[in-house]
Design a protein around this ligand. Structure first.
Ligand code: FAD
Length: 566
């Protein structure tokens, strides 16, 4: 039956807050107004965030028993993997975004509020939000919304590590607006450097582009910028010739440490050939208006003049999530801990997914122990190195992040042991200690960073998984034992979330991309670039953005990139 929506707006005395309820049978928070029920009562799902996780949840939810209230400061979904392309005009900003109101199934009742949630109150089942717009004639901007189920998908924010001057002087690359600002700043720098009466030194400073962070985003941006400069800008700005410099600062010993060694080596060599100055082991300590200070591992401090800095060193927790974690006793964590069904630990009817959440590794530890016990076939309490290696392979398939950590040498002892396993003589060894060491390394890794990678791939898979759980929730409540095929699971009526790693790309410029696909399959070059084009075209959220992105790529091939400073 169709549902009549009535909005209740009332003021909480003293709090100065407006209570907004859009449910079919509910009261404003001060109980001042009732809403007439005109249909079957739907469960109200409040979804915070319109990024990869939230959008995937919305796209896949297919049960008319819910009404979904989306709350996000952004009324669109942004295809973040193409943001580095937006910084140089390879792809236009509007080609990578889709209005959130276009997303979702017709049979699910959805509505959207453009606002930011600043407080989650699990005891009253309410979220408190702030809009940029004034809501009422008195200009109030805050309101509350109640929920039956809360889905938190607010992502993360750029991490400055509280280094002085970063916030004020650096560009970030997280949102579409950031990419647009970078594009304008790059072109403005070339215009500025072309003005008369500039000293060579000043021109060089203005055209010195510094990228901080050698992860996939920083590397891709540096590569895009290099292509933009060499293919488009240098011929248009003859005065800039010879003065442009791109520098990449990375605190670790290598760039792209989460990729296979072959990719890291190729990328470092390619950048060196392209004239991109990669400074490894350089830790930024301070950023001033015109220069950036970095310290090498040997303690040497240098001050580098710059024109523009792009800061891309990873992600941190949003204030609303920090506050919520404190409330529920998770204040010492970096991300919201959930169980394997994405339910926030210690809360009822609250789910968290994507970059703001992490699956608590208690279950991971249980799995790891079970895998090692299984490997110990004769129950002697010892394993051969070969058996240990097989168990590790099993763990890496289940938890691809372990493999990435092994490669990035965060678990050096275990990596050495695996190397030793190649010359295994078959004798049994008591490697209990090593297993314990491995588990403790794993738990340290997990308390510091998210166990699953903070990627669109994880967020999208979690969104789709949670939508399926919601679709079947009612059926499962009616039949708590679940279908026969599920009864063996015992702990819960749904299968736990399992991440499938489908591989990762690192575009390196000059129409060359590195691809690392499951099974350690590595490919670098033009063919992977074509694979990258086809995967990213196919992953677009709508046919509209797919057509726009592909036509932008064609436009760039034919006419080059646009260098207008708008
Ligand atoms: P997001 O996509 O960040 O979405 C968060 C949403 O929450 C946004 O809509 C935001 O507006 C909203 N929000 C924020 N605060 C609040 C609040 N207080 N209340 C309500 N809503 C709020 N991953 C890959 O797998 N492959 C790639 O190639 C890749 N490339 C990337 C390139 C760049 C430049 C960047 C920045 C990221 C890239 N990623 C990539 C990572 C990927 O984008 C993230 O892992 C993914 O966006 C996480 O999804 P999410 O839904 O958790 O968060």
């Amino acid at each position: 039956p169709s549902l009549t929506r009535i909005i209740v707006v009332s003021t909480i005395s003293g709090g100065g807050l407006i209570a907004y309820s859009e449910a079919n049978a509910s009261y404003g928070s001060n109980g001042s107004a009732a809403v007439v029920e005109t249909g079957t009562k739907k469960k109200k799902v409040v979804l915070l965030g319109t990024g990869w996780a939230g959008t995937s949840f919305l796209k896949n939810l297919n049960n008319s028993q819910y009404e979904v209230q989306i709350i996000s400061p952004r009324n669109y979904f942004a295809f973040t993997p193409l943001l580095p392309s937006v910084t140089c005009g390879t792809v236009e900003a509007r080609s990578v975004v889709e209005p959130i109101r276009n997303i979702g199934r017709k049979n699910v009742d959805t509505s959207y509020l453009e606002a930011e949630c600043f407080k989650i109150d699990p005891s009253s089942k309410k979220v408190y939000c702030r809009s940029k717009q004034g809501l009422a004639s008195n200009g109030k901007k805050e309101f509350s919304v109640d929920y039956d189920y809360l889905v938190i998908a607010t992502g993360a924010q750029s991490n400055t590590f509280n280094i002085p001057g970063v916030e004020e002087n650096c560009h970030f690359l997280k949102e579409v607006e950031d990419a647009q600002k970078i594009r304008k700043t790059v072109i403005d720098s070339f215009e500025k450097a072309s003005l008369p009466e500039l000293s060579d030194e000043e021109r060089k400073r203005i055209l010195h582009f510094v990228v901080v962070g050698g992860g996939p985003t920083g590397v891709e941006f540096a590569a895009e910028l290099h292509d933009f400069v060499t293919e488009d800008l240098v011929s248009l700005y003859p005065r800039a010739k010879g003065s442009v410099q791109i520098t990449l600062l990375e605190a670790a010993d290598h760039i792209l440490t989460m990729f296979d060694k072959r990719i890291t080596e190729f990328a470092e060599e390619k950048f060196s050939r392209d004239g991109i100055d990669v400074k490894l082991g350089s830790m930024v300590t301070k950023v001033n208006e015109k220069d950036i200070s970095a310290k090498t591992k040997g303690g040497e401090v240098s001050s580098i003049p710059y024109g523009m800095i792009v800061w891309s060193t990873g992600i941190g927790t949003r204030p609303v999530i920090k506050d919520f974690m404190k409330q529920i006793g998770q204040g010492n964590r970096r991300a919201l801990a959930t169980d394997e069904w994405l339910r926030v630990e210690g809360c009822d009817n609250i789910y968290a997914l994507g970059d703001c959440a992490t699956i608590n590794q208690r279950k991971v530890m249980e799995d790891v122990s079970a895998i090692f016990s299984k490997a110990d076939k004769d129950k002697s309490g010892t394993l051969t190195l070969k058996e240990f290696q097989e168990a590790m392979d099993d763990i890496c398939v289940r938890y691809p992040q372990v493999e990435l950590y092994l490669k990035s040498k965060r678990m050096r002892g275990i990596a050495d042991l695996l190397k030793e396993a190649e010359t295994d003589d078959g004798s049994k060894k008591n490697i209990d200690l090593k297993i314990e060491e491995f588990k403790s390394a794993l738990s340290q890794v997990d308390s510091q960073v998210k166990f699953l990678p903070a990627t669109a791939q994880v967020a999208a898979q979690q969104g789709a998984y949670l939508a399926k759980c919601f679709d079947r929730m009612e059926e499962c409540e009616k039949n708590p034992e679940g279908p026969i095929r599920m009864r063996g699971e015992g702990r819960h009526r749904f299968r736990p979330f399992r991440y499938k790693h489908l591989g990762q790309f690192a575009p390196l410029g000059g129409e060359k991309t590195a691809a690392q696909l499951p099974g350690d399959w590595v490919s670098i070059g033009h063919s992977s670039q074509w694979l990258w084009y086809s995967v990213y075209a196919s992953k677009q959220v709508s046919w509209r953005t797919r057509v726009l992105v592909v036509s932008d790529w064609m436009r760039r091939f034919i006419f080059g990139r646009d260098s207008s400073s708008i």
